[in-house]
Design a protein around this ligand. Sequence first.
Ligand SMILES: Cc1cc2nc3c(=O)[nH]c(=O)nc-3n(C[C@H](O)[C@H](O)[C@H](O)COP(=O)(O)OP(=O)(O)OC[C@H]3O[C@@H](n4cnc5c(N)ncnc54)[C@H](O)[C@@H]3O)c2cc1C
Length: 380
Amino acid sequence: MPKHHKILIIGAGASGLMVANRFRDHDIALLDANPLPAQKIKISGGGKCNITNKHLSPDHYLGDPDFIAPILRHFDQNDLLNYLKDHGLTPILQKRDQYFCPHSSQELITLLTKNLKAPIYKHKVTRVTRYKVKSVTKHYNHFIIDDKYSADILIVASGGLSFPSIGASGIAYEIAQSFGHTIVPTAPALVGLTLQREQFWMKDLSGISLYATAKIGSKRLQGDLLFAHKGISGPLILNTSLYWQKGEITLDFAPKQRLDKPFFNSKKHPSSALKLPKRFVKAFLHASDLTDKPLYDYSPTEQKQLQRIKSYRFAPAGNFGYTKAEVTKGGIATDEIDPQTMMSKKCPNLYFLGECLNVTGELGGYNFQWAFSSAWRVEF
Ligand SMILES: Cc1cc2nc3c(=O)[nH]c(=O)nc-3n(C[C@H](O)[C@H](O)[C@H](O)COP(=O)(O)OP(=O)(O)OC[C@H]3O[C@@H](n4cnc5c(N)ncnc54)[C@H](O)[C@@H]3O)c2cc1C
């Protein structure tokens, strides 16, 4: 006989732990494939977890803003910060607008797990570790999980496909599909981009980083770009990967400089006139068939060639893949989820939270905020 619980949660990650805390006075089983909870929190933000962001809005997410906005408003960054403070954790503001754990990600994991076994509640949350869910069916009003567990309410908080090395699986999409949901095609996101042959000159610059901007469709992004052995990476490119599917992006490698008439009226060489790493400028010149000579010696055609440093258009070849991607974009179509409760519109008492939904945030704490906001929206 399957062991019965009122609520069964798949995934002891960010959203699963938060929803377990909210309903911890109920009879809950929390199943996870890993021996330890919230391994993504553990490794995130350089070990300090970038929990949320001062500037929260649907503009920082890929997904339907009409679905995302009320869920974020219901439990926004201030609600999250207050919740954490009430439970003894005061995140610190860094990099202008990002909140991190003061010392280590473990502080957040401890906060999210310590009350699950507190004796003051009627029930203890039953934590089952090292348990990888394979299938879910419904029999009358009960969800049956691998013929081992059954539940009245099933909450799927099992995340996306990124970082399979720490337990990620596509189980949320499989469950959703089996109950008639549509899956928006998934892809790695917040990930480095690989290059086509014409851009291989960038590979020799591995380790160099510079401030740049990117234009992709109507989206304009800014931040640091890092040249890597496999392609290009860094915060600017990770955010670009969120909005890139196929086709061209345009990079401005020198957004703070104007390459106008006065710039070319100089005896300086590009490698010293451009406020960029010299190795980068030399590689750019070489790839553009230009020489590092006084700027006033540049012909109009050469000037145009050099000005491409501010509007460098190219089509990336692909990305570094799920093993390196911080998140998975795409996922369960949100028009089939009730934004008032997070319940499936296809199957009563079935809920989906966090990254498995077709909502993906930029870098900067937006994905944990989404995981926590969606967990706070659950109503039975
Ligand atoms: C390296 C890295 C750094 C990141 N840094 C940040 C950051 O600083 N800020 C930020 O906002 N976001 C960050 N993210 C993204 C963030 O971690 C995720 O968006 C977030 O954890 C998603 O929360 P979730 O609750 O949906 O899923 P998760 O937190 O991924 O939890 C899902 C849980 O489900 C379990 N699971 C999966 N399949 C099964 C199965 N079949 N059976 C049982 N259990 C299963 C997993 O083991 C996991 O514990 C980072 C991600 C990575 C990979």
